[in-house]
Design a protein around this ligand. Sequence first.
Ligand SMILES: [Zn+2]
Length: 264
Amino acid sequence: MKFSLKTHSIDGFSYFPRLVHAFSPRSFERENGLHEELSLGRKSDSRSSAQHRQWLLENLNIDSKELFFVKQVHGDRVFVLDDPQKSADQVEREEADALITHLTEKPIAVLTADCVPVILYDPEKHVAGAIHAGRKGTQKSIVSKTISMLSKAYGSNPQDVVMALGPAIGGCCYEVDEPCVEPFRQNYRGWEGFVTANSRSRFMLDLLKANAMDAERAGISKENIHRSGECTSCNNDRWFSYRREGTTGRIVSLAMLRKEPIKQ
Ligand SMILES: [Zn+2]
């Protein structure tokens, strides 16, 4: 390979020989030592480079030529990818913010830059999910809704499900106004645990904590919740941050079920 692309993975997820998971970094290194930004996204996105998508897949030893994204709309719909005939183009037209699948060798993915990317995996049923949990999706409890869908569609027991929270804006950097906090106060039990008033009469919102809370309420064990520990805003050199930059690229967070365990 003529470049170096180091994707981020989460230690707690490395025990599963039939799961591929990855979070794409901001840039990769060319053979000549120069760093170049990754332009990843849906095929329909003009900024997205087919070459970069291909490199990402090759780098992870994924045979699929396609990444399966949904059309993210800050809602709470979970798309179930259960039809092996469905093309990536068709899936991209589905308005949803989470997708789950039992299909092997099909990388499902979400795009984020500050919002929380979540990967779920049930090693017992061998099914996976990818979630885009922004402020609105978090308010709508998209994580617990996705866990419910794993149970409904595939018979998952939440006790078996492991969860990875990828690089996202942390409670250290995500400052919001009162109107952003209000829906949590109204409808979200335990909101005091992740909303903190600051000295500027604004609020620090910890979406990672909120989503972990949501997952625990849906039956995921605390010890099965893993975090990348990366704040996109603090570590803007490594990750895209919409808040920090405005127009910027996107992190791809993907999960793929392998048919056979990888031979070491
Ligand atoms: Zn931060």
